[in-house]
Design a protein around this ligand. Structure first.
Ligand code: SAH
Length: 444
């Protein structure tokens, strides 16, 4: 299938030019790598000092607020000769302990915190506890009601930076995005096998962002055997999931509740689903009684699977139209053809992984939303999303307001949306709230 789109907050894309002050201040040295490391290019700190990271004065503030990331620019020096994935203590300039981190000298996010408790040991037991906690929260709170597809571990927000685990029935898909969980990969797989007893743990550690961490891509079975057919049943709808070649870990679990909402809005409407992937929103709309559903995506493979999913659910094929096209072009074609819709869904890939990309991304969001507003009949609904970490909810709303203004429509927000509850957001890690959505009704 087409390239995976990482929607995880744990692997932000950063241009590689930063890091300069850090590099200038430290000498490079040759190091030996241990069996757990990927490569070793850490700048040296003080010879003979115990291994650890010392922050620049004043740069401890975010760690004190329990934000888990340390950027290279905050680091005074790294003592010892750590290799990627090693656990290190972080201290302020006066030697006070701040956190245990997984270090990655190859990444702009040079360290990610495992724990802020000096007494805590980062070992197998630590991972067992964190994983068990994440599983317990999902069970106790029924975070994925009415679905056997669920995000079991949501990286930083579950205290496990860089680690994503999605469940599709009795198959688990694990995605590692940073050096810490890479170092503990086998331990994590053993614990998951023990606690969840899946028939297969499949690894999809092949997102583009791994290169920024100096990690090679990996895609394959980690434990057990991959069944021929993997599927999730979500609110009674069955979706085939291609865990080996699909996007991300195979399915966009984060949109579960928003898809269900769409189903309740679709009756008797002509629906346009842009960036449809394997047909998530389309199938809910069809089941919800949509008059017609036109679905657009650039991925042939995704569209084929979408049509198979439609058949799997015995839905009326005559009301569904599938189009392999670039949405930016397709919306213009539809406008030129004078087509009109009553409900439009825009769920594009991540346009802005970080704030550095926000301006360009904003133009993209404005363009498709403006065109969508123009394609809506009076009283029509626009369900519009952004999964860009670099675009906050306020900015997103402003962009949509600008698009409505330029399209010459008045619109009201009727729903503020976010990722489903199995994608929790750690309070100290607002980056976890990457998915935001609005449902707007244009004036009748
Ligand atoms: N709404 C979907 C998930 C969408 S993911 C769900 O609920 O499952 C984003 C999709 O956008 C991917 O399928 C990707 O193939 C598609 N895509 C990316 N760029 C595109 C473009 N310019 N035009 C059309 N589709 C695009």
């Amino acid at each position: 299938m087409t390239k995976p789109k990482a929607r995880s907050p744990s692997t932000p894309h950063r241009p590689s030019r930063g890091n300069r002050d850090f590099r200038d201040r430290t000498k490079r040295s040759t190091r030996t790598t241990d069996s757990q490391s990927t490569r070793s290019t850490a700048p040296a700190g003080e010879a003979g000092a115990p291994p650890g990271i010392i922050l620049k004065s004043g740069r401890e503030k975010s760690l004190l607020r329990r934000h888990p990331w340390i950027f290279s620019g905050a680091i005074e020096r790294i003592d010892g000769a750590p290799v990627s994935g090693n656990t290190l203590p972080v201290r302020d300039t006066t030697g006070n302990f701040l956190a245990w981190v997984a270090c990655n000298p190859d990444s702009q996010i040079t360290a990610r915190a495992w724990s802020f408790n000096e007494a805590e040991k980062i070992d197998t037991e630590f991972f067992r506890k964190r994983i068990a906690n994440a599983l317990a929260a999902r069970n106790e709170l029924e975070l994925a009601r009415n679905s056997n597809g669920m995000r079991l571990i949501h990286a930083e927000s579950d205290g496990l930076p860089g680690l994503i685990v999605d469940q599709y029935g009795d198959v688990l898909v694990m995605q590692i995005g940073s050096a810490g969980p890479e170092r503990w990969r086998d331990t994590i797989a053993d614990i998951l096998q023990d606690l969840c007893k899946p028939v297969c743990i499949y690894e999809r550690s092949d997102s583009d962002s791994r290169a920024l961490e100096g990690l090679e891509g990996r895609n394959g079975v980690l434990r057990g055997k991959l069944p021929d057919n993997v599927a999730v049943i979500e609110n009674g709808l069955r979706f085939s999931v291609d865990v080996a070649a699909g996007q991300k870990t195979g399915f966009y679990l984060d949109q579960r509740d928003n898809r269900a909402l769409t189903g309740t809005l679709a009756a008797d409407r002509d629906v346009l689903n842009c960036f449809c992937y394997t047909g998530g929103f389309s199938l809910y709309a069809l089941r919800g009684g949509a008059k017609s559903v036109l679905s657009i995506d650039t991925s042939e493979e995704a569209l084929q699977l979408a049509q198979r999913n439609l058949q799997l659910n015995g839905l009326d094929e005559s009301r569904a139209e599938w189009r392999c096209a670039d949405v930016f072009q397709a919306l213009r074609t539809l406008r030129d053809q004078g087509r009109k819709f009553d409900l439009i869904i825009l769920d594009p890939p991540k346009f802005a992984p970080t704030a550095a990309f926000a301006e360009k991304a904003a133009r993209g969001y404005k363009d498709i939303n403006l065109l969508a507003f123009k394609l809506l009949r009076p009283g029509g609904l626009l369900c519009t999303y952004s999964c860009s970490g670099g675009i906050g909810a306020d900015l997103f709303q402003k962009i949509i307001a600008g698009a409505a203004l330029d399209a010459g429509v008045d619109a009201q927000i009727v729903h503020y949306l976010h990722a489903s509850a199995d994608h929790p957001v750690l309070l100290s890690f607002p980056e976890g709230a990457y998915l935001k959505g609005l449902v707007l009704r244009v004036a009748g």
